[in-house]
Design a protein around this ligand. Structure first.
Ligand SMILES: Cc1ncc(COP(=O)(O)O)c(C=O)c1O
Length: 416
């Protein structure tokens, strides 16, 4: 089964006349449709809100589109908070899910009126000292062990640095109640990139049961439960994707089973999705510039791991379409490489593709989240532009490419 790019070759040929490759291209229509699908799936919950994980795609134009669709932001750092503020999100629309948090970040989050999600029990004292305890607060939960669906181990929370243990979250809620907190939330992120409709409902059940106990034993008002991120996408072409409507219904069912009978039918459900919202709605567009025939067949492209780190970092699969050759037989086996002096700078290894000629445009799929954002400047390579493909088919540059001056700007003797 093939993955189909959201642009045609004809469209892309026109776009590259305006913007040199490589660049990230985002699909406004797809982004809006994804957000609408999510809101529909959770429309049974009155206070539902998606706080888009800014770290996935930190671009103000994207954030503003999501805001128009009803989303807030989930921030993890000072600059993400600043970006959310400058994009017009008010405190009620900002979640601050950080860890190992510097004081200045708590201070800004508190000033903005963002919902602070505490990663650790010791952060209560830290927050009290640096910014004061707000009336509404959230705590991040980590039950430890492994997160399994039946016999499938999905992830390993016991090994993750995030969140409080069960004992700690009870103690934290007690302390926070004494410190005057009026409204509490619970947050948890136990498995990443889950391609199953069961993840959210299973997580939700655990959190709902915990919420009932916290309410009964500590006597606190739980206003919201944040299922965070982790709903994945099918990076592989033969994988079946998640069905967000089924996921929403699955959470609805456990909500009715656990929270409603406990008199907690007013609890709001929040999400902090990044990948699900944006990954399929972004392509990295790059051009074949070299071919090399040594011990293997290599195609060198003008993008590198600086533009998309996931393959180098996690060995992640990203599907590749050679534009205009969709119907040609995949009878060549290539490593598709970037130019870094790192042998893991390969977008694909031993990938069956049609014959690639120099100048061919390649679309690397599913790069809209944790793509551009993860980039770095190794080898002095520069980050690319980001382009928005608008609903009317026109394009807009929503971030220019870095120039050498940007790279030199922080270096003594070059610019200051
Ligand atoms: C606290 C938090 N929320 C949300 C997300 C978004 O996760 P995803 O992109 O898998 O939905 C992340 C990802 O790292 C995260 O750390």
């Amino acid at each position: 089964m093939a993955k189909v790019p959201f642009v045609t070759k004809e469209q892309l040929d026109e776009i590259v006349k305006k913007y040199p490759t490589p660049f990230h291209l985002y699909d406004e229509k797809g982004i809006r449709e994804t957000a609408r699908g999510l809101y529909k799936a959770f429309s049974w919950n009155k206070g539902f809100k998606e706080y888009f994980a800014v770290k996935a795609t930190p671009n103000p134009t994207i954030l503003k589109i999501l805001r128009e669709e009803g989303c807030g932001t989930d921030c993890s750092s000072l600059t993400e908070l600043m970006m959310s503020d400058r994009c017009g999100f008010d405190g009620s629309e900002i979640m601050f899910s950080s860890n190992d948090t510097p004081a200045e970040e708590f201070i800004l989050a508190k000033q903005l009126g963002a919902t602070i999600n505490l990663d650790d029990i010791t952060h209560i004292e830290f927050l009290k000292e640096c910014a004061g305890i707000p009336e509404k607060i959230s705590c991040r939960y980590n039950p430890g062990g492994v997160f399994a669906l039946g016999t499938d181990i999905m992830d390993n929370p016991g090994d993750a640095k995030y969140g409080m243990t069960t004992e700690q979250i009870f103690e934290a809620f007690k302390q926070l109640k004494e410190l005057g907190v009026k409204e509490f939330g619970i947050h948890s992120f136990l498995a990443s990139n889950t391609v199953t409709n069961e993840y959210y409902p299973t997580l939700a059940k655990q959190l709902f049961e915990l919420a009932v106990k916290l309410k009964e034993e500590v006597g606190v008002h739980i206003g919201f439960i944040n299922l965070s991120g982790g709903v994945g996408i099918p990076y592989l072409p033969d994988q079946t994707g998640n069905d967000i409507a089924v996921i929403g219904e699955g959470v609805h069912k456990v909500y009715d089973e656990v929270l409603v009978p406990a008199g907690m039918g007013d609890v709001k459900i929040f999400t902090e999705l990044g990948r699900y919202m944006l990954a399929p709605n972004g392509h990295l567009v790059t051009k074949a510039i070299h071919e090399k025939h040594t011990h293997k067949e290599y195609i060198g492209v003008d993008a590198c791991a600086v533009n998309l780190m996931r393959p180098a970092m996690y060995g992640a699969y990203h599907h590749i379409t050679v534009m205009g050759k969709e119907n040609e037989p995949a009878d060549h086996v290539y490593d598709i490489t970037g130019s870094l002096c790192e042998n893991n700078d390969k977008f694909a290894i031993d990938r069956k593709l049609p014959k690639i000629d120099m100048g061919d445009l390649l679309v690397i799929h599913d790069t809209g989240a944790h793509g551009f954002a993860m980039g770095y400047n190794y080898n002095g390579k520069l980050k690319s532009a980001e382009i928005l493909l608008k609903e009317d088919g026109t394009t807009e540059m929503i971030r220019r490419a870095e120039t050498p001056d940007d790279y030199f700007a922080t270096i003594k003797g070059f610019n200051f």
